[in-house]
Design a protein around this ligand. Sequence first.
Ligand code: ADP
Ligand code: ZN
Length: 614
Amino acid sequence: MIKQDRNRKPKPPKPILFYYGIAFLVVLLLNWIIFPYLMKPKVEEVSYSFFLDKIENNEVTNVEMEENQILFITKDSMGIPYYYKTGYVNDPELVSLLRAHNVEFGGVIPRQPNYFLSLILSYGIPLLIFWWIGRKMSKVLGDKMGQGGLSLGGSAGKIYVPTGDKKTFKDVAGQEEAKEALREIIDYLSHPDRYSEIGARCPKGVLLVGPPGTGKTLMAKAVAGEANVPFFSIAGSEFVEMFVGRGAARVRDLFDQAKKKAPCIVFIDEIDTIGKKRDAGINTNDEREQTLNQLLTEMDGFDGDSGVIILAATNRPETLDPALLRPGRFDRQVPVELPDLQGRIAIFKVHAKNYKMDTHIDYHLLARATAGASGAEIANIVNEASLRAVRMGRTSVSQEDLEESIEVVIAGHQKKNAILSPEEKKIVAYHEIGHALVAAKQTKSAPIHKITIIPRTSGALGYTMQVEETEKSLMTKTDAFNKMVTFCGGRAAEEIIFGEITTGAANDIERVTKIARAMVTRFGMSDTFGMMALETNTNMYLGGDSTLICSSKTSELVDREVQNLIQAAYQKAKQLLMENKGKLHELAEFLYNEETITGEQFMEILNSENKYTA
Ligand code: ADP
Ligand code: ZN
């Protein structure tokens, strides 16, 4: 491991030389041109007779005779001296004339009337300029790099005073398991003596792991808030990006700063940007590696009871360097998962508190309509709803606002002036009803909450809001297959009604394929392979990329198997729709005319007398 030389002074950045250069030039200018000009009394050249007149008038005070010129000073009634010179004239009477008028002569005319002033001007001002530049520089650098005057090392971490932006666990909805895991840390920060008495040492580092937007930053802030300690935060990328070549120095400074403020929380967001496995791939990054090394050194360097606790967040824990995860460093992992149904209800309610809401809001329904949404998305939905309420000229947020903004956040804004041709609109109506009808006919599929066929900015032409009655952690093979059938419903309806297919099913195809692949390669749900793992999930929190771990021959078989599954699902969808062709027409007609159909309207039509006989 490369250990950084702590005493090495980092090179000062270029601009300081530039400032000193300017100061130097200013001094030269002052001393060579400006001061001599200011200091030298202005000497006017006059005639000899003028000189004699001035003597006669008793105005001359001093005279200095030189080899070929005479310098003299006169004073007017106010006592202001004037300096003159005149050519030398061999005048034997001059001396007696001067004597007669009591003029001091032969003396030296003081050329620098105020010696003290000139001292100040030539040394004082430059010194003042240097002092000012020094102050300016240290302020600029200080702002960028933290406190401490001209420290060029570059410090990191903004200090959050425990008041102000204070968060507590009340602001974090759901996530009970994560809160429970972090309670011990809060307790330690509040009563360190209890722990030191027994000799117990608190973990130095805790890794918060979970998908983006699940509230990891919020949670870290809340821990600091609950324990009432300062909160330092920095993003991993900042180490590397802000000051190129200074990542390690920044780490060092961050810890120096934190140790002074202990007990405190240091939060490192996106730690994977600096903590990636070091030998991963050819394009190793020296800078990043040094930064990571410095982080490891710092973590080893301070005692468990120093009171500095590091929380770090990542959504790619599998890419982290094992050295970072070993005991004494980030040896604890706290999962911060996407919220479940109860969690989403709670998050909706926490955020609703900040807005003026109608009295009757069905949070349960909202939560059911947002399966898979993160806390950040829900926060966004509530805010969108409030914006919509204002747009509509209302004074509080209604259920309708919230439902509409779920669509907006998930499917994009309505494109008000994008007009579907009647032909297209008809296709979209049948397509969407195809999905919904297939879903409704398979008892276990979720019923729809609402369908709209208003084009969205995201490019979607229609949108089906599904609401899961209950949330399940396990999916049976039948569930998975039914889901596939539902995705196939749109395209199947197009084919049945129009005898032609469109590009509108691209997204359905993608999703149906994903399910089918997962069933075959990861869930052991195919007859051919059974319980054989054919893929590993490499990126579980960000979309879930997976890599095939089988021979190319097997991979061919996998493709065949996936294809068969999709084929079967499509056939089933088609069959279901054929059996209910009358209802398909009826529902699509309603949607075509109204552009929106709610779950109740849908079920009403579905369960009513047949209008069309297939
Ligand atoms: P992460 O760091 O995991 O990407 P953040 O902590 O930045 O996520 O969350 C972004 C925002 O989402 C928060 O500021 C908060 O408004 C909202 N949020 C996320 N999770 C929750 C939660 N469990 N409770 C309340 N708000 C949440
Ligand atoms: Zn579709």
